[in-house]
Ligand binder design. Structure first.
Ligand SMILES: [Zn+2]
Length: 208
């Protein structure tokens, strides 16, 4: 479960040199207390706000300190997940993008190769409305290559057409091997038309 939230924490990170407290005049080193707030998405977060004070150990009076000065002098470290956890999300997101890109490239590459040298049994997922000439909103079909000639491919179309290419892909993964999934009556499509359909994005995937 992913949980978004914020949290605060405070701790002592060091001491100042001795000086006289503005409230009680005690001349002593004071504690340097930091308090900070971080936002997180499932433990991984970023610092939203931080604040440093020197605190008198006699009367408890706090005096604000410059963030830059404290960080230059004390170099306080923050727990990785609270301060830089966001980097993990960025890296994970980038990895997902890269994986998606590589897999798209691969699908595109095999599609090109299969289209150049099709074989009987190849299954195309395509938007068939330019072939059927009509559309009722369900345009994605699976087309199984039956015969290959120099000029055309003869396809056995799937019995069902799908509203989205996703639905057709799911059918290809799960149902395409069922008997009767493809219709016996073939449809012939000129190879020149298939090339053109591929460049206009109507051929989604070719599975061999
Ligand atoms: Zn004091």
């Amino acid at each position: 479960m992913l949980v978004w939230g914020t949290a605060t924490d405070s701790d002592t990170i060091g001491h100042t040199p001795s000086f006289a407290c503005s409230n009680c005049s005690t001349d002593a080193p004071q504690q340097i207390v930091r308090s900070y707030k971080w936002g997180h998405l499932w433990y991984l977060g970023a610092i939203i706000k931080k604040h440093y004070q020197s605190v008198c150990s006699t009367c408890g009076t706090g005096t604000d300190l410059s963030i830059k000065k404290v960080e230059d002098d004390f170099k306080p470290s923050y727990p990785f997940n609270r301060s830089r956890g966001w980097m993990v999300w960025v890296a994970a997101f980038a990895a997902i993008m890269v994986i998606g890109f590589v897999s798209d490239q691969k699908t595109g590459e095999s599609k090109k190769n299969y289209l150049a040298a099709p074989k009987a049994g190849d299954i195309f997922i395509m938007d068939v409305k330019s072939i059927t000439g009509s559309s009722d909103g369900n345009d994605y079909a699976l087309m199984r290559v039956k015969t290959v000639t120099d000029d055309a491919l003869e396809f056995e179309p799937s019995k069902f057409v799908y509203q989205r290419s996703k639905g057709a892909k799911k059918a290809l993964d799960n149902n395409a091997s069922e008997p009767g999934f493809f219709l016996a009556e073939p449809i012939s499509v000129p190879r020149a038309k298939l090339t053109q359909m591929n460049s206009s994005g109507e051929i989604i995937e070719i599975r061999r």
